[in-house]
Design a protein around this ligand. Structure first.
Ligand code: AMP
Ligand code: TRP
Length: 347
């Protein structure tokens, strides 16, 4: 049975690990806002994922959780009509992740490139949580039987793993699923939504590396909380080549930095890369960069301003998260109870 027989539901998550940047905004958060028009959405601050690499000091983690929440709200996520919450308040995520630890195969996780990147050379010293991270991510999504997951391009492999886990659960437990009264598959196969011209925003210093929260160079990224002067400076210093911009998108091939900046311009103004080149083809970066910087400032300044305002009201943010967690639990609990019945856990 295909997912079309499941109620459509959107789920996505962002880790509260600090330095929220333009890649997070264009690759994920902008999509979150748009999907609210057509779908029921859950947007989760994945604090349990945020302790898989380093354990942050508690006050830092709290602040980062509030910062991601503030970014959602400032960008236009609506916590009244949709659900905004932090992962650790809904214990079903961790509960289902354990089940998925027993469904996913070690061989599947061994193929995850993000683990290899994050663990680096010292794999033996990485936490078990970092290794099983994609199982928790699958649990995040499937605890709600979510069908659509807006993410950046770097999460594609994790979504494939979530589909593999859902498929194996549906197949291996087909008989129990049927005898518990469920028709067809228990889990939908969640689809990644990776669309547009900024699914992989690259570092401003190196067009071969993605823009990342953990890059030691702050010049590599535009942070959502950067002020106008900082954004202008970072754009001015962004690495480029010496040629003028091409007039067609084919001309961006082999020019990673140019391609990246044109993609950012396109995504910020919600037009295609070709439309950007229709205006800027033949122009030098000395013309293009100030226009891009101005566009980034115009888009991001009001968001930064609202984020700062919200960060001064931590109780308000915490209320939203608590309320969202409560709403999330009313969806996840009955699904988790069904899973317990299917597995034969007495409850
Ligand atoms: P993370 O910061 O890893 O929790 O990522 C949150 C969301 O932002 C995920 O959907 C990522 O795929 C997306 N994302 C992170 N970095 C980038 C980037 N450089 N370009 C596009 N999307 C990104
Ligand atoms: N792994 C994602 C990232 O690093 C964050 C995440 C956790 C997520 N759980 C999720 C994204 C569920 C989408 C759906 O970006």
């Amino acid at each position: 049975m295909s997912h079309t027989s499941f109620e459509q539901r959107v789920f996505s998550g962002v880790q509260p690990t600090g330095n929220l940047h333009l890649g997070n905004y264009l690759g994920a958060i902008v999509k979150f806002v748009a999907l609210q028009e057509t779908h029921n959405c859950l947007y989760c601050v994945v604090d349990q994922h945020a302790i898989t690499a380093d354990i942050q000091p508690p006050n830092v983690l709290k602040n980062n959780i509030r910062e991601v929440t503030a970014a959602f709200l400032a960008a236009g996520v609506d916590p009244k009509n949709h659900i905004v919450f932090n992962q650790s308040q809904v214990s079903e995520h961790a509960e289902l992740a354990w089940v998925f630890n027993c469904i996913a195969r070690i061989g599947w996780l061994n193929r995850m490139t993000q683990f290899k990147d994050k663990a680096g050379k010292n794999k033996e010293n990485a936490s078990v949580g970092l290794f099983s991270y994609p199982n928790l991510m699958a649990a995040d999504i499937l605890a709600y039987k979510a069908t659509h997951v807006p993410v950046g391009d770097d999460q594609k492999q994790h979504l494939e793993l979530a589909r593999d886990i859902a498929t194996k659960f549906n197949q291996d437990l087909a008989e129990a699923i049927r005898s518990c009264g469920h028709e067809g598959d228990f889990f939908p196969l969640p689809e990644p939504l990776i669309q547009g011209s900024a699914t992989r925003v690259m570092s401003l210093r190196d067009g071969s590396k993605k823009m990342s929260k953990s890059d030691p160079s702050d010049l590599s990224r535009i942070n959502l909380l950067d002020d106008a002067d900082t954004i202008m400076k970072k754009m001015r210093k962004a690495k480029t080549d010496a040629e003028a911009l091409p007039s067609g998108v084919d001309g961006l091939q082999g020019r990673a930095e140019a391609d990246n900046l044109v993609g950012i311009f396109a995504a910020l103004s919600n037009i295609s890369k070709q439309s950007v080149l229709n205006d800027f083809g033949g122009k030098q970066f000395s013309d293009f960069k100030p226009a891009l910087a101005e566009l980034a400032v115009t888009t991001l300044s009001p968001i930064a301003c609202e984020m700062k305002r919200l960060m001064n009201e931590p109780d308000y943010i915490d209320d939203i998260l608590r309320d969202g967690a409560h709403k999330a639990k009313t969806i996840a609990r009955p699904i988790m109870d069904d899973i317990k019945d299917i597995l034969g856990f007495i409850r």
